[in-house]
Design a protein around this ligand. Structure first.
Ligand code: HPA
Length: 273
């Protein structure tokens, strides 16, 4: 057995000692979007720092724990606080919790993030369902020896975001009268926000939004056979020439303001899974 598989077994072994429900859905929440947890009937919380081999979260706006419980009758596990490459974690550490979720029995992951708009028609507070991504600016978390017990050497990436879940989410949004965009998320490493020229470049490449998370986790999830749904909250308009000084505080506030819309879509989607 490889060292990674051994570690994953020790991690899941520890978690199962403390909580033995099998979650159907894994949830990863973005900056300023952690209040989603309030929707959960919580069964068990486990601090990252108590879990063997789990990375520990440091960034402001993220607490670090794995929360097991139920949302609208479905068993879920949520990460309160995720790991970003810009914090100094390796891409393999960034996707470690996704692999743990898979080993715990999760079938689908729902991810959220705060993102900057490069599509001119977007406004702060808008929601964007991610239909595809551009990962070229970040390190691929599968680089290195392939863990064939987890997934293939060369995973297909023609359709990483489940079209079934996207269609369901659109129907739900329509029913709840929540406007949503559908677009392409471009991943960057951060921690700097983009220069004006970089936002323009991302637009030329076909991105609608840009952010510092999610894509490595999606690659990890697809590698191990999980279904993926992801949604961005637009927290700033990167592409706008005037008035585009972006601060982390502004990002957190915009995420917080838009969170109820995202929460409504996520909870309904989970209910229908
Ligand atoms: N760029 C990158 N990451 C982000 C942004 C942005 O404009 N907004 C929120 N996260």
């Amino acid at each position: 057995m490889s060292a990674l598989i051994q570690q994953l077994k020790e991690t899941t072994g520890y978690i199962l000692q403390h909580c033995n429900t099998v979650p159907l859905v894994g949830i990863v929440l973005g900056s300023g979007l952690g209040n989603f947890i309030d929707e959960m009937k919580v069964e068990k919380e486990i601090a990252y720092s108590d879990i063997p081999h789990f990375p520990v979260s440091t960034v402001e706006g993220h607490s670090g724990k794995l929360i097991f419980g139920e949302i609208r009758g479905k068993k879920v596990v949520a990460m309160a606080g995720r790991f970003h490459f810009y914090e100094g974690y390796t891409p393999q550490q960034v996707i470690y919790p996704i692999r743990v979720m898979k080993m715990l029995g999760v079938q689908s992951v729902l991810l959220s993030n705060a993102a900057g708009a490069v599509n001119n028609s977007f406004e702060v507070g808008d929601l964007m369902i991610i239909k595809d991504h551009i990962s070229f600016f970040v390190r691929n978390p599968l680089a290195g020896e392939n863990e064939s017990e987890l997934g293939p050497r060369f995973p297909d990436m023609s359709d990483p975001y489940s079209s079934l879940l996207i269609a369901k989410a659109k129907t739900i949004a329509e029913r709840l009268q929540i406007p949503v965009h559908t677009g392409v998320y471009t991943a960057v490493t951060g921690p700097t926000f983009e220069t004006r020229s970089e936002y323009k470049l991302i637009k030329v490449l076909g991105g609608d939004a840009v952010g510092m998370s999610t894509v490595q986790e999606v690659i990890g999830a697809i590698h191990c056979g999980l279904k993926v749904f992801a949604m961005s909250v637009i927290t700033d308009i990167g592409i706008r020439e005037e008035d585009n000084i972006i601060t982390h505080e502004e990002v957190l506030q915009a995420a917080k303001d838009a969170e109820p819309k995202l929460t409504a879509i996520f909870t309904n989607l989970i209910h229908e899974m």
